[in-house]
Design a protein around this ligand. Structure first.
Ligand code: SF4
Length: 163
């Protein structure tokens, strides 16, 4: 079962607009200067239960505080151990909350993702990839910590592919 460190039901820092944000446990990249070392271990944090998943969906559908979308960070949501649970979650959010956008941060480079990890990309809108590299750190960057990381707008790619 996937484990998580933090869940913010109302978040305005991790991605555009007002969002729900989940920080998952487990990361094998060991970047120097990582802002979140406590999330590296797969057995850290608390289990991501079905009850939590239900709450997350309800929060995204909440009309009193409108959320723009869901942010998935960590740790690494695309750690192989987390992929089955993340895939199920994004698939469900995509169908239950079609008007919400899904952003996902991973330490892997997009080009090195395996089949199962790439399948997750078919359900999300924006991917920010790559390890955090201290020498390329730039505090002026939006949504990423170092210049090597790339923001992939997968919606735009899908539109371009359809043309
Ligand atoms: S990918 Fe992110 S969580 Fe993992 S070690 Fe690097 S900075 Fe830390």
């Amino acid at each position: 079962m996937m484990r998580i460190h933090r869940y913010y039901d109302v978040d305005v820092v991790n991605g555009p607009g007002t969002r729900c944000t989940l920080f998952v446990a487990g990361c094998e990249h060991q970047c120097r200067g990582c802002y979140n070392q406590s999330t590296w271990r797969l057995d850290s944090g608390t289990p991501f239960t079905l009850e939590m998943e239900e709450r997350l969906i309800a929060d995204l559908q909440d009309t009193r505080i409108r959320r723009q979308g869901l942010s998935l960070s960590g740790g690494d949501p695309l750690h192989p151990h987390n992929v089955p649970c993340i895939r199920r979650l994004v698939k469900r959010v995509r169908s239950a909350c079609p008007d919400k956008d899904i952003w996902l941060w991973t330490g892997y480079q997009r080009a090195e993702l395996n089949c199962a990890q790439r399948e997750v990309l078919t359900y999300i809108d924006v991917l920010i990839d790559g390890r955090f590299i201290e020498a390329e750190k730039d505090a002026t960057l939006l949504w990423r910590g170092s210049r090597n990381q790339i923001i992939w707008d997968l919606r735009q790619e899908r539109i371009e592919r359809a043309i």
